[in-house]
Design a protein around this ligand. Structure first.
Ligand code: PLP
Length: 380
C-alpha cells in the first residue's frame, strides 16, 4: 500500500520490521565493519560504518521521506552538516549570502572558519527580497536561508528566494530546524537543500546532538554523500536511533508545541513587563503573511524583550523553574535562555549581535497552565 501521509511516513519510512526477527523498531547496528562473503562481496552494500550503517540508513531514508527529498544524509551535528555542505558545494573565492540574523553558530562557521579558507560572505535581511537580489555577485554560489530565524523569529519567503538563487545560478539552502518538516517543506517551495540540527525538534527529547542534509537532486545528493564519507562527520548508530525514535512522534509533538506557544504568546502580549513579543503567528509580525502561506503552524519558539532591559531579562531567566534555564530547543521540556549571553554570545560585536533585553523560550509540551503560571511568577 502507498504511504503518503506525514505521520505514516514518520513511523514507517525506512523502518520496515527487521526481516530476520520481525522487530518493529530498527536495531542499533553497533558495528564498525561487516563480514564480506569473499573479497568485495558485500551484503547489501555495507563495508564500513563511516560510509554506511543500517541504523543510519534507516534515519536517512526517513529524513528524505519527511522532507519530500530523494536523499537524506545524517551527521554528527547540525554544524557538521553545514560544514560538509559548504565545503562540498563551494570553492575558495566563492560567495555565500547569509541571513542578517542567522543562527550564531552558522555565522561563526562561515565568518571565523570558512572565511579563513577563502569563502566570502554577506549578511542580508532575507525578509527584503530586493536587498537579497542586490547582494548577488558573479561568484555567489549559495543563498543560505533560515526561516524562522534563531532567535529573532524572522521569516523569509522561500519560494521568492528560490527564484533569486536560481536566476543567479546559485543553490538555495533552507535551515528548517525551527519549523521541522511537519510545519514547513522547503524542497516543495523550490529549495535545493534542507539542513537540520536534528538535535532539536526531530530528536525532540534533548538527548542527542545530530544534523542532516536532504536534497531532491540525485547528482547533488551523490556529491554530498561523497563529502559526508570523505570528511567523516557522520551520525553514530545510537545517535541515529535516538533521532529516528524522536521522528516517530514529530507530528503530535509539533501540534502541542504550536498550541502551547500560542497560549504563551497570548499571555506575554498583554503582560505589562513585556515590551515586544516576536512570534510569526502574530498578525503584526512583518513575516506573518508569508509564514501563514508557507507553514502549517507557527512553531514552538517564542522570543520577547523586556521593558526593564538586560538585568530584568537575566532575572526572568533565573526565576523561571518549569522553563529550565538552558541552551538548545525543540525538546519536550520547556527551556528559557538569554541569547545575548548564551546561545548567541559568539556574535557579540558582529553585525548579528542580538538585543541584550531579549529572552528566548522553547515552549515544550507540558501542561499549559503550569507554563503560564511559571512565566507569571518569573515576570512578577
Ligand atoms: N541551525 C539552527 C537554527 C540551530 O538553532 C542550531 C543549533 O542551535 C544549528 C543549526 C546547529 O546545530 P547543532 O547544534 O546540532 O550543531
Amino acid at each position: 500500500m502507498d504511504m503518503t501521509g506525514f505521520e505514516t511516513l514518520a513511523i514507517h519510512a525506512g523502518q520496515e520490521p527487521d526481516p530476520r526477527t520481525g522487530a518493529v523498531t530498527v536495531p542499533i547496528y553497533a558495528t564498525s565493519t561487516y563480514k564480506q562473503d569473499g573479497v568485495g562481496g558485500l551484503r547489501e552494500g555495507y563495508e564500513y560504518s563511516r560510509s554506511a550503517n543500517p541504523t543510519r540508513t534507516a534515519l536517512e531514508q526517513a529524513l528524505a521521506a519527511l522532507e519530500g527529498g530523494t536523499r537524506g544524509l545524517a551527521f554528527a551535528s547540525g554544524l557538521a552538516a553545514e560544514d560538509t555542505f559548504l565545503r562540498a558545494t563551494c570553492r575558495p573565492g566563492d560567495h555565500v549570502i547569509l541571513p542578517g540574523d542567522a543562527y550564531g553558530g552558522t555565522f561563526r562557521l562561515v565568518a571565523r572558519v570558512l572565511a579563513n579558507w577563502g569563502l566570502e560572505y554577506t549578511p542580508v535581511p532575507l525578509g527584503d527580497v530586493d536587498a537579497v537580489r542586490a547582494a548577488v555577485r558573479p561568484n555567489t554560489r549559495v543563498l543560505w536561508c533560515e526561516t524562522p530565524t534563531n532567535p529573532l523569529l524572522g521569516i523569509a519567503d522561500i519560494a521568492a528566494l528560490a527564484g533569486v538563487a536560481h536566476d543567479a545560478g546559485a543553490l538555495l539552502l533552507v535551515d528548517n530546524t525551527f519549523a521541522s518538516p511537519y510545519l514547513q517543506q522547503p524542497l516543495a517551495l523550490g529549495a535545493d537543500v534542507v539542513v537540520h540540527s536534528t538535535t532539536k525538534y526531530l530528536g525532540g527529547h534533548s538527548d542527542v546532538v545530530g544534523g542532516a542534509l536532504i536534497v531532491q537532486d540525485g547528482e547533488l545528493g551523490e556529491q554530498l554523500a561523497f563529502h559526508q564519507n570523505s570528511m567523516g562527520a557522520v551520525a553514530g548508530p545510537f545517535d541515529a536511533w535516538l533521532v529516528l525514535r524522536g521522528i516517530r512522534t514529530l507530528g503530535v509533538r509539533m501540534d502541542r508545541h504550536c498550541a502551547n506557544a500560542e497560549r504563551v504568546v497570548d499571555y506575554l502580549t498583554t503582560h505589562p513587563a513585556v515590551e515586544r513579543v516576536l512570534y510569526p503567528g502574530l498578525p503584526d509580525h512583518p513575516g506573518h503573511e508569508v509564514a501563514a502561506r508557507q507553514m502549517r503552524g507557527f512553531g514552538g519558539m517564542v522570543s520577547f524583550t523586556l521593558r526593564g532591559g538586560e538585568q530584568t531579562a537575566l532575572k526572568v531567566c533565573e526565576l523561571a523553574s518549569v522553563f529550565t534555564l538552558g541552551e538548545s530547543l525543540g525538546g519536550v521540556e520547556s527551556l528559557i535562555e538569554h541569547p545575548g549571553r548564551m546561545t548567541h554570545a559568539s556574535v557579540a560585536g558582529s553585525p548579528l549581535q542580538v538585543p541584550d533585553d531579549l529572552v528566548r523560550l522553547s515552549v515544550g509540551i507540558e501542561s499549559i497552565d503550569d507554563l503560564i503560571g511559571d512565566l507569571a511568577s518569573a515576570l512578577a
